[in-house]
Structure formats: structure tokens, C-alpha cells
Design a protein around this ligand. Structure first.
Ligand code: FES
Length: 579
């Protein structure tokens, strides 16, 4: 018997007799009811991320069936395998802590199991980045199948979508504008279908980035989760995976040929032009980092200065993802951005981005997607800030912030942790005014909170009830892509790693100067050094298991909060041929 390197014969367990290894594997596969002929077909692995703890992936079983259909119709053998699924609101302390774990799970299962190509089904915030990180170094072709966004709901004539409207109504409730009955009634109207959050939050931003990178089929980022086109996209992903799996050894279109410095730059342009989530810069940095492609924050600023915001979606605009789908999808945005894009980048279809854009339909709804000559904003949605408070950078989503606060100076009101924030923020005796700067410490990657989406600090009730809607807030945390406000995030180094943020005290003056990209703490160098000398690192809440691995190896936000031992590993893990 001659061992083959394709299909089930890939990566055999070595018992010292490779022919026996293949025989044993086929015997076990036969126990699942496969006939002999189908076991010789190209194998397409399908990563199933359905989970009862992930409402955004409720429809994944249907997508899996559609992918299988596509694989079978193209003459391949679909084999479904489970991976970790991360449902954003069901994880403690935060889904972010488990993104790297999911990426490792995905990477190792692609590598360890015998498949010639893979379709990875992802959508909820951390799942697409985890899968792209995991796929980065795969030596087989990979196609991302995006789960798609939710449809909007309605209440008393008002259109609602998760979760910008969740925050808007909660803000009204805190300000006393609606009562307990009112907020209870809205609860069941905010998330009414399967799929990811309905606005340009992190999941939708990552969907757009995935398509812009060339890792998903064209036109698939914005298709609603429950639309029949989503099932057709799943079927087509399965069919295309078989085509890619059949390519000769050495010519296969693996992720490293698609995710390149040029396509990463395209993805950054798209992130900026869609007014995308701040989280996405961390995720894209981590994905690119796996391939040894750095994204310095000053590069983000340069691209941000040149790339206009073109789409009018919440949380910064008026529309929802289903409107982007009807307006023409991401292809329209890419067509507008064409002069700024690297058009030679390869995509999973085997076409370059430029070839893809040749075939884009002409239709566009200008209420949703604007032209380069008439943008929503002339510059990109995100900006990196540097200064004595953030030596390695911090991020502000300027498209979601109040421009009247862009040049401001205020007194720090410091909360040492999320527990401290929860205990004191609504204290009527809290010494705080509208022009103060709220500072949250110990909510970064290495903290016990593990970088939650807590940077959108609640406006203290006494100020909210007086009508205040926004104020400057600074932390090392993240912010939901569905949130808005003058919120400085991802401050690096973080407080738990001994960054200057750790030693800010009540009453210190802080300057935010967006035009100058500056975030300055008015404490002189000698005093800052003395404070840092006294500072003691907080204890992690657990000292064993995954938590230990996480705390010991997680990098700062400007490095994508990836694990240090996974960055720049391109090619390091390609398994030796054991045939
Ligand atoms: Fe899953 Fe928002 S909760 S995308």
C-alpha cells in the first residue's frame, strides 16, 4: 500500500509503520459509515462554532449543512469538527481573555487533523480574529465563512439594533428618562434574530476586514445571518474550498499568500473607512503579528489622515448592517477606496482584489455609502495618541467622540479598578465635574479584569441626570464597537504592567490634544519616577492553569494582546512530512 499525502492520509499518527497507520485510520473512519470511495476524496474540514452560549451563532448548524452541500457537490468529503466558541456576553472575566485560546485551538486542530482545506465559521466579536490568527500559518487553504449580522427589531415604531441601542436605552434609564417597566419592555426587542450585532461594532468590522483581507468570498461580509444569500455563501464557500484543496502541492492558496503586508494595509484602510471598532486594531495587529507583519500605531495615524469615513452606520451614523447589505455591501466601499488599495492582493477565489472589483455591480445607495468626493468625514475613524500618559500609544475613536472635547484639559478623577468604579461612580458625594477626566486603572490585558469592554465608563448619575452626555474617559480597557463617546482606550503600557497610568492620582491634570495626537499627564519626570518606584504589581487572581499562561505571556494592546510565543511564527510549525 502506498501512503498518500492528501485527504485522510495527511499527518498520520506514527506507530512506526505508516501503512498500518493509514489502514487503522481508514478502519476507524469506516466505523462512521463512510464507504471506501468517499474516503479518497479531498477532505474539507468545517469548524463548527455553534454553542448554546453564543446567541450570535444560533444558526451555525444551518450554515454547516450548507457548506457540506457545497463540498459534496464539488466532489469533496466534508468533515465537521468543533472548536471553542466565544459568545461575547457569556464569558467571564471577558471573551478577550479566551481569543488567544480559541486561536490556538483552531490552529492546532487545522494542523493536527487530516484535511486539505478548511472552512472556518465565525462571527461574534472574538471568533473571526481568533480564527484568522489560527489560520495565519496553516499550510492548507482556509476560507472564512462569516455568520452575518442580525436584522433590526422594532419597538413602538422605533427601529432597534444591538447593541448601540442597548447602550442608548440604558443611558436613558440611568438618566431617569425611562423607568424600570420601559427598560424591561425594550429588553426583548433589542436582539431579535440570529447573527452578530446589527451595527458597525467589532463583529461587523472584523467581517469587513476579513473580506478586505481576501479571506472570505466577495460580498459576504454584510449578508444578514438569516438571509438565504447567507446559506448560498456557505454553500459556495464549501465548493470553493474543494477547488482550493485540489491545487497541486506547492501551489495551494494558503493564508500566508493572502494575508500579506499589502492586504493588511487594505484591511486597515477598510477599518478606517467604515468607522470601525477600536477593538479591530488590536485584533488586526494580532492577526498580522502571527505572520510577522507589524502595524505600528503611527502607521495607523498616517493611513487615518488619508482615508475618509464613507459609510453611515451606527454607532456613529444612522444605519444598520442590513442597510449596508442592501446598499451594495462591502464591495461598494472597496470600489470607492480603489485608488488607495493594493489591487494585486490575492483572495480565496483565486482572483486578485483588482480583478474582483472589475466585476462589482454599479448599484449603490448613497444614503449609506458615500463617495470619496463626499465622505461622512474626511479622515479615518480611529486615531492613536502618544505622550507621557501613553508612551506606547492609546486609541481614540474620533468618529464616535464629541469634537468639542478634542482639545481639553481636566482634573483626573481616578478609579483604581472596575470594582472601585462600580462602588463609587454613582456616589452623590463623588468629587467630579463635567470637565474632569475620568481615569480607570487596572483594566488592561494583564489585569485581573483581562481587558474587558469597560472603557466606556458610565457618566456618574448626578452628571447624567443634569443632562451630561459625554466627558473625557481614559483607561487601559477596551470599548465595545457598538459604543460611543470621548473614550481613550488601550493605554500602553497598561497600569497592571507598571505604565504611567498606574500612578495617576486624583487631581493630576491631563491634556487631551487630538490634533497633536497627544495624551499628556502633567506630572514632572522626577515625581513620576518616584511614584513608579513605589508602585507594586497586582497579584493575578489565579496562579495556575490557563490564567497563568495568559498573564505570563500576554502582550500589550499595541502588540495585539497576543501571546509572545505566538507572534511572528510564520513557517515555524509546518509539520514534517512523515510519509
Ligand atoms: Fe456577538 Fe455582538 S454579542 S457580535
Amino acid at each position: 500500500m502506498t501512503a498518500q499525502k492528501r485527504g485522510l492520509a495527511r499527518g498520520l499518527t506514527n506507530y512506526g509503520d505508516m501503512d498500518f497507520s493509514l489502514y487503522l485510520r481508514r478502519a476507524n473512519a469506516a466505523s462512521m459509515g463512510y464507504g471506501g470511495e468517499i474516503l479518497s476524496k479531498p477532505v474539507v474540514g468545517i469548524a463548527d462554532t455553534g454553542s448554546g452560549f453564543n446567541n450570535c451563532h444560533r444558526h451555525v448548524p444551518e450554515l454547516v449543512e450548507a457548506v457540506k452541500r457545497g463540498v459534496l457537490s464539488a466532489g469533496g468529503l466534508p468533515i465537521v469538527f468543533p472548536t471553542i466558541s466565544l459568545g461575547e456576553t457569556f464569558l467571564s472575566p471577558t471573551s478577550m481573555m479566551y481569543r488567544n485560546l480559541m486561536s490556538m485551538d483552531t490552529e492546532e486542530m487545522i494542523r493536527a487533523q487530516p484535511m486539505d482545506a478548511a472552512v472556518l465559521i465565525g462571527g461574534c466579536d472574538k471568533t473571526l480574529p481568533a480564527q484568522l490568527m489560527g489560520a495565519a500559518n496553516a499550510d492548507i487553504p482556509v476560507i472564512s465563512l462569516i455568520t452575518g449580522p442580525q436584522l433590526t427589531g422594532h419597538s413602538e415604531g422605533e427601529r432597534l439594533g444591538a447593541c448601540t441601542d442597548c447602550r442608548r436605552f440604558w443611558g436613558k434609564f440611568r438618566a431617569g428618562e425611562i423607568d424600570q417597566d420601559g427598560i424591561n419592555k425594550i429588553e426583548s426587542r433589542l436582539v431579535t434574530t440570529a447573527g452578530t450585532c446589527a451595527v458597525m461594532g467589532t463583529a461587523s468590522t472584523m467581517a469587513c476586514i476579513t473580506e478586505a483581507l481576501g479571506m472570505a468570498l466577495p460580498g459576504t461580509a454584510a449578508i444578514p445571518a438569516v438571509h438565504a444569500d447567507r446559506l448560498r455563501a456557505a454553500e459556495a464557500s464549501g465548493t470553493q474550498a474543494v477547488t482550493l484543496a485540489r491545487a497541486p502541492e506547492g501551489e495551494r492558496l494558503c493564508p500566508g499568500k493572502i494575508m500579506t503586508p499589502a492586504s493588511v494595509e487594505n484591511a486597515l484602510r477598510v477599518l478606517l473607512s467604515v468607522g470601525g471598532s477600536t477593538n479591530a486594531i488590536v485584533h488586526l495587529t494580532a492577526v498580522a503579528g502571527r505572520l510577522g507583519i507589524p502595524i505600528p500605531l503611527d502607521k495607523l495615524n498616517k493611513l487615518s489622515d488619508e482615508t475618509p469615513v464613507l459609510i453611515d452606520l451606527k454607532p456613529t451614523g444612522d444605519h444598520y448592517m442590513e442597510d449596508l447589505f442592501k446598499a451594495g455591501g462591502l464591495g461598494v466601499v472597496l470600489r470607492e477606496l480603489k485608488p488607495l488599495l493594493n489591487l494585486d492582493c490575492m483572495t480565496v477565489t483565486g482572483q486578485t482584489l483588482g480583478e474582483r472589483l472589475e466585476g462589482e455591480p454599479a448599484y449603490v445607495d448613497r444614503a449609506v455609502v458615500r463617495s470619496m468626493d463626499d465622505p461622512i468625514q474626511p479622515m479615518g475613524g480611529l486615531v492613536a495618541l502618544f505622550g507621557s500618559l501613553a508612551p506606547n500609544g492609546a486609541i481614540l475613536k474620533r468618529s464616535a467622540a464629541d469634537p468639542s472635547l478634542f482639545e481639553s484639559e481636566g482634573r483626573a478623577v481616578v478609579f483604581s479598578s472596575l470594582e472601585d468604579l462600580a462602588a463609587r461612580v454613582d456616589d452623590p458625594d463623588l468629587d467630579i465635574q463635567a470637565n474632569d477626566v475620568m481615569v480607570l486603572q487596572n483594566a488592561g490585558p494583564k489585569s485581573a479584569a483581562a481587558m474587558p469592554e469597560a472603557g466606556y465608563l458610565p457618566i456618574p448619575k448626578k452628571l447624567a441626570r443634569a443632562g451630561l452626555k459625554d466627558m473625557v474617559r481614559i483607561s487601559d480597557a477596551r470599548m465595545s464597537g457598538t459604543a460611543y463617546g470621548t473614550v481613550v482606550l488601550h493605554t500602553a503600557p497598561e497600569a497592571a504592567a507598571g505604565g504611567p497610568l498606574a500612578v495617576v492620582r486624583n487631581g493630576d491634570m491631563i491634556t487631551l490634544d487630538v490634533a497633536a495626537r497627544r495624551l499628556h499627564l502633567h506630572v514632572d519626570d522626577a515625581e513620576l519616577a518616584a511614584r513608579l518606584k513605589e508602585w507594586q504589581a497586582p497579584e493575578p487572581p489565579l496562579s495556575s492553569g490557563y490564567w497563568r499562561l495568559y498573564v505570563d505571556h500576554v502582550l500589550q494592546a499595541d502588540r495585539g494582546a497576543d501571546f509572545d510565543f505566538l507572534v511572528g511564527q510564520r513557517g515555524a510549525f509546518v509539520p514534517k512530512d512523515n510519509h
